[in-house]
Write a protein that binds this ligand. Structure first.
Ligand code: SF4
Length: 371
């Protein structure tokens, strides 16, 4: 099995916290989908004949493309594969009944929408282009178009956010009852306007105590509403885990198309330039644009430990030994013993997983367990 990811690197404007590769420029938008499909034709063989079972169109903002182009892209990719899941990311302000219906007709069966907050003042601060009401309207629009699988993104630990503010966000989210929720603590990434405002002292980070209380509130509220917490930042109603993302976490190969997209075939990572001009020039000359980097055994092992321990399924010691050898398993068990004693890793037969509370410090735990 394999996945296809397409990066659409266009946004109408930049949200203050975002460090994804995206540009506001209209230049190249017209020929972009054709370039992606040319790249697909050039690189299809990298998947080695494996069946493509997931397609994910992300960004940037895929929904800023004319919907007929997006639909054409979906049809071309779906015709060449047998997908069990086809996801498109949208921004609430782009969703109309006609847009939603066109995506559905073109074969998308899942939509991921960035809501981030239901507090209009917060949305303005973040420079989101939609209001809470518009996000709700877009959600119902997608439902009316027949989407039975919707995922909403929410951010917590926003500047100045209180516990009761987050509680209100969660209540509104749960009223909608999407099948899937991605809920991230705000990242203050270097190079973003948000980070600059932090350095200038205009905005302040939530302190550790508040951050922990907020993460616990998110986990408790979603668990009480019947959501399974299946990855550090991801929650799903039964049967609605994101297949495409789960494939990233279990090491399934994927082909990433478009400017800034990454690919992985189990051995080599390929990175397309996060530079629209370079990407378009290479593809229009009939060439690929990526830089390739083969992983060492240690890097492959570290990637395995890191991604699996961020999931509720954790690591199966027998699978680890079969893939990396008995010595790695022994070393993993030796290092994990301290965390098991501290209660941040639990044992379920041959499975080892980080607890929900342990996920708060998962970076430190995982770093200790790496090669
Ligand atoms: S719309 Fe999404 S990708 Fe674009 S700037 Fe905002 S967060 Fe980043």
């Amino acid at each position: 099995m394999a996945g296809i990811y397409v990066h659409i690197p266009f946004c109408q404007s930049k949200c203050i916290y975002c460090d994804f590769y995206s540009v506001a420029a209209r230049k190249h938008r017209a020929g972009y989908v054709d370039a992606v499909l040319r790249e697909f034709a050039l690189r299809r063989a990298e998947l080695g004949g494996q069946t493509v079972n997931t397609i994910y169109i992300g960004g940037g903002t895929p929904s800023v493309l004319p919907v007929e182009e997006l639909a054409g892209l979906l049809r071309a990719l779906i015709a060449d594969s047998r997908p069990e899941e086809v996801t498109v990311e949208v921004n609430p302000d782009d969703v109309t009944p006609a847009h939603a219906a066109a995506l559905r007709r073109a074969g998308a069966d899942r939509v991921s929408m960035g809501v981030q907050s239901f507090d209009d003042a917060m949305l303005r601060l973040l420079r989101r282009r939609h209001s809470a009401e518009e996000a709700k309207r877009a959600y119902h629009c997608l439902r009316d178009a027949g989407f039975a699988r919707l995922s909403l993104d929410l951010i917590f630990a926003l500047p100045g956010q209180t516990l009761s503010g987050l509680r209100a966000d969660l209540e509104q989210l749960l009223t909608l009852r999407p099948e899937h929720v991605s809920c991230y603590g705000l990242m203050w990434e270097e190079g973003t306007l948000l980070h600059r405002m932090l350095q200038e002292g205009t905005l302040h980070e939530a302190d550790d105590e508040l951050y922990i209380a907020m993460y616990s509130l998110v986990c408790d509220a979603l668990a009480a509403a019947g959501y399974e917490h299946y990855e550090v930042s991801n929650f799903a109603l039964p049967g609605h885990r994101a297949l495409h993302n789960s494939n990233y976490w279990n090491g399934t190969p994927y082909l990433g198309l478009g400017a800034g997209a990454h690919s992985y075939d189990g051995i080599t990572r390929r990175r397309n330039p996060a530079d629209l001009e370079r990407y378009m020039a290479a593809i229009s000359a009939g060439a690929t644009a990526f830089e390739a980097e083969s992983e060492s055994d240690d890097e492959r092992y570290d990637g395995y430990v890191m991604t699996r321990l961020r999931t509720a399924d954790g690591i199966d010691l027998e699978h680890l030994a079969a893939r990396f050898g008995t010595a790695r398993r022994v070393e993993f068990e030796r290092k994990a013993a301290a965390f098991i004693a501290a209660g941040t890793i639990t044992c379920h037969g041959v499975r080892r997983r980080i607890t929900e509370q342990g996920w708060l410090t998962s970076d430190a735990i995982i770093t200790d367990l790496m090669a």
